[in-house]
Design a protein around this ligand. Sequence first.
Ligand SMILES: N[C@@H](CCC(=O)N[C@@H](CS)C(=O)NCC(=O)O)C(=O)O
Length: 283
Amino acid sequence: MSGPKILETISVQKCFGGTQGVYRHESAETGCAMRFGLFLPPQAERGKVPLLYWLSGLTCTEENFVVKAGVQRVAAELGIAIAVPDTSPRGLGYPGEDDAYDFGSGAGFYVDATEAPWHHGYRMYSYVTKELPALIGEKFPVDPARVGIFGHSMGGHGALTIALKNPASYKSLSAFSPIVSPMRCPWGEKALTGYLGADRATWRDYDATALIEARGWQGPPILVDQGDADPFLERELKPELLREACAAKGVSLDLRMREGYDHSYFFIASFIEDHLRFHAKYL
Ligand SMILES: N[C@@H](CCC(=O)N[C@@H](CS)C(=O)NCC(=O)O)C(=O)O
């Protein structure tokens, strides 16, 4: 991973005075070409800007958030860049990688897999925390000292676990409808068994509630929005488990239950501005 990194531009389009780009590069972590979206606000023409990572949920590519969330207008106003990685490696050819929506392609769960064959390329934790930031930092005018992270569902789990494990690297943290305890829901149990194996002790390193119990969080309050009409609320998401873990450790959590909202990008688009203004306070 030394030497100049090569970045291919798929598209760059002017948007609210800034640019919405989509880029592709060969990833050493995942062993395949990876795409990501990057919105640069107009302020990036004059100097380095803060950067917010968005991690998407199951079935998503880098495109869903870029086209559906409506993030660009307020990001342009606040002068924040938004990076949107894909949710898994693509086309590695592992048996079964495209068979299910909740495992394999589109479902990397932001872990570094240890089980064969997934351990070769399913390294989304290292990709998101190390390789992609190094690439973006080399190619774009972003300030590595002002970085936050947020995400949705599986990506909410990714944002929580990544920030909790790397508090020096992420100044602000929020999530929409996160999977708060993958050890205790069907999506998470399937993914962690497949990527990490049957020993549940190893899963704790990728479970936001277990990480809060183990490490706490000294950063600013954690903001979570959750629709109460979300069909995955009780079986998969279980925000009460996060509330309990935060209460036990004295971690400040602003959990907002939103009446009538579901799990979709219509819900995300409705509250994206709140999240951007929240992050802007700390970046
Ligand atoms: N397709 C799945 C649900 C997957 C789902 O809701 N994915 C969310 C993230 S967990 C999403 O963002 N989907 C893409 C989109 O809405 O654009 C199902 O059939 O149950």
